[in-house]
Design a protein around this ligand. Structure first.
Ligand code: 7RM
Length: 651
């Protein structure tokens, strides 16, 4: 089996400015010290991080207990996540933070709220007492199905305060998907809202909960936040208003002293087939991982305004909207609505308005804004920005360059962060003051993270190589299991190689040891014996001035094994005709070679994506091969896209 090939030749490289490096939380010297320690002794490195970045009620007796594939971190230690995110900023040397903004929130209609650490602490204590009064005890699961409102963060922290694991279900999921997730976790209580705002209108959530709970007899209580004030039905004996419960609740609620391995949350991610997997994370290791990576990679300072655009219903929102930032006493911005509401410059106006200094978003959003035109970011003062981040998909070099130039004004380092729901926190990323970045590369593993590239036979590679991305040593934020399914946990992540975590992504490592993530292994195409990642062909297409976005898949072909099919959405100013097809085929050949030349190019104005913006190539593969679309489609953002793609096929 040949290696996954690297067709993309990217030679640009960017140094952080001397000013940035000088002020960085982790400079070149500390980073190289940590790299050495993490390389030689990862447990010692993480123990050091756990001491520096987390407060513990009781120390551990053992840093790591590793019985593959089961890991326990900080054995015997006790801590509490809400204590680390709140109480410790109100007392001792950081007591001055009590009136610092913890959360700056803006609703889509333009209403705003600023919540200080002291206020957030009070509300979290109140809601923790509400949960207790509704019979929620340590270990009970609580499902949160909410829009992006501060009450979601309050509910999360309240759960952690009493040791009730939360399971957040993204507010865009259907009643059926919600019910499946509630039942799998056997949640006793659901927190929701009447609705939220999106695309300039109020949408409803409560009716979804009603339909879901009808099929989820485990639910005893539903707490409802009044966000939109639309009419909702309140079932007596089951449904209660958030504001009424909070009005009577005490602000006194000491944090539970929880075992480091106490379950913190479950987050469902869709598998390639059928039923979703409940990824389980625990308390002490997860907190250590997100608090440390947030401080080092986002270089947080007390006067920063940090904005991660992810929905909290996605792991990025858990780790880098809520827990990482609050554990560091940072100000985190939360925005409720659509990026382009009421106009294509909403995000840039938010950056200007709030003076955002650190901005973390996804390639899909960057590509959307490229298509909308430079005039929108250019009409706003973005000079407050000093650091940019990217997550969720490989970022194609052209999008990276645009982000660097148009958003970052060429002065901001970009941290391209690779990680997964399963890893809990960032695994491969630049340390912005300590490494040169290359467009499209996540650079090197974080200190203490042992990442490598394996070939099909399970041989570790060294130097320049392409293959399967793996993690060869446990790390504190790693998933501890799939809720209720040990077998699936073992098979999915630990079944391919012995004692080694299989990430399911393809990657390439260049001569200087930089990692280039190619994307999901399932998406890699085998064309005449050459294994080619979809991302490289997509990058080549997008580097043409005619193309806004592209998704590439393989379809079975008698001669070459796999034929490359490209779904292309042309720029608004471009005519989609046969001449364009010919131009694009030529362009790809010139950029990366004839082997990657698409056999077929289909034009479309929208691609099927998940709600977090990842292209669902699995569905495109079915369409390209003329099969019925099979498997789980519950995470699809917009179902009409599928119908349109099918129609275009019949034309
Ligand atoms: C954080 C998150 C995980 C999958 C992962 C990759 C892809 C994420 C990057 C990336 C290239 C990146 N969690 N991915 N980040 N690919 N470069 N910087 O996205 O569980 O929802 O998805 O996302 O394929 O395995 S996730």
């Amino acid at each position: 089996m040949p290696d996954i090939e690297s067709l993309l030749k990217e030679r640009r490289s960017f140094k952080p400015s001397a000013d940035f490096s000088r002020q960085a939380n982790w400079n070149k010297r500390t980073t190289s010290e940590y790299r050495k320690l993490g390389e030689k002794n990862p447990t010692k490195f993480w123990a050091k991080m756990a001491k520096e970045n987390v407060d513990w009620f009781k120390p551990w007796t053992k840093v790591l207990d590793w019985k593959p594939p089961f890991a326990k971190w900080f054995v015997g230690a006790k801590t509490n996540v809400s204590y680390n995110c709140l109480d410790r900023h109100l007392e001792g040397p950081n007591a001055w933070r009590k009136n610092k903004a913890a959360i700056i929130w803006e609703g889509e209609p333009g209403d705003t709220r600023t919540i200080t650490y002291a206020e957030l602490h009070k509300d979290v204590c109140r809601f923790a007492n509400v949960l207790k009064s509704q019979g929620i005890k340590k270990g009970d699961r609580v499902c949160l199905y909410m829009p992006m409102v501060p009450e979601l963060a309050i509910a999360m922290l309240a759960c952690t305060r009493i040791g009730a694991p939360h399971s957040i279900v993204f507010g865009g999921f259907s009643a059926e998907a919600l019910s499946d997730r509630i039942n799998d976790a056997q949640a006793k209580l659901v927190v929701t809202a009447d609705g939220g705002y999106r695309k300039g209108a109020a949408f409803g959530l409560k009716e979804m909960v009603d339909a879901a709970v009808a099929k989820s007899p485990c639910v005893e209580t539903v707490v409802v936040v009044a966000r939109t004030n639309q009419d909702v039905e309140m079932k007596s004996g089951r449904d209660l208003w958030w504001h009424e419960l909070m009005a009577d609740a005490s602000t006194n609620c000491p944090p539970a002293k929880l075992d480091a391995e106490h379950p913190l949350f479950i987050l469902y991610t869709s598998g390639t087939t059928g039923n979703p997997k409940g990824i389980l994370h625990t308390t002490g290791g997860y907190l250590t991982h997100v608090a440390t990576t947030f401080k080092a990679i986002f270089d947080i300072k007390d006067d920063d305004v940090y904005w991660c655009t992810a929905d909290i219903g996605w792991i990025t929102g858990h780790s880098y909207v809520v827990y990482g930032p609050l554990a560091n006493g940072a100000t985190t911005l939360m925005y409720e609505g659509t990026p382009t509401e009421p106009g294509p410059d909403r995000w840039w106006s938010l950056i200007e308005k709030w003076g955002v200094s650190i901005f973390y978003t996804a390639p899909t959003a960057i590509r959307t804004f490229i298509r909308l035109g430079d005039e929108h970011p250019k009409s706003h003062d973005l000079s407050s920005l000093r650091l940019l981040g990217s997550v969720g998909e490989p970022i194609n070099p052209e999008a990276w360059m645009w982000y660097h130039r148009v958003i970052g004004g060429k002065r901001c380092p970009i941290v391209d962060t690779w990680w997964q729901t399963e890893t809990g926190g960032i695994m491969i990323s630049p340390l912005p003051g300590a490494i040169d970045t290359k467009p499209g590369s996540a650079t090197k593993p974080f200190p203490g993270i042992h990442a490598n590239i394996f070939d099909e036979e399970g041989n570790a590679t060294t130097g320049e190589a392409g293959g399967f991305l793996v993690l060869t040593h446990p790390w504190p934020g790693m998933l501890r299991g799939i809720w209720g399914d040990k077998k699936r946990f073992k098979e999915t992540y630990w079944g391919k190689y012995d004692n080694t975590y299989f990430a399911g992504d393809g990657a390439h490592r260049d001569k200087s040891g930089y990692f280039w993530i190619i994307g999901r292994i399932d998406d890699v195409m085998n064309v005449s014996g050459h294994r080619i990642g979809t991302m490289e062909v997509e990058s080549a297409l997008v580097s043409s001035t005619d193309v806004a976005e592209a998704a590439v898949v393989g379809r079975p072909d008698e001669i070459t094994g796999t034929a490359i099919v490209a779904f292309v959405s042309p720029k608004a100013t471009t005519t989609a005709d046969d001449a364009l097809v010919a131009r694009l085929k030529k362009h790809v050949t010139k950029e990366i070679g004839a082997i990657a030349r698409p056999t077929e190019i289909r034009f479309t104005n929208a691609l099927p994506k998940t709600r977090s913006g990842k292209i669902m190539r699995r569905l495109l593969r079915d369409i390209a091969s003329g099969r019925d679309v099979a498997g789980d489609t519950s995470t699809l953002e917009d179902f009409s896209v599928l119908a349109k793609l099918r129609e275009s096929e019949e034309d």
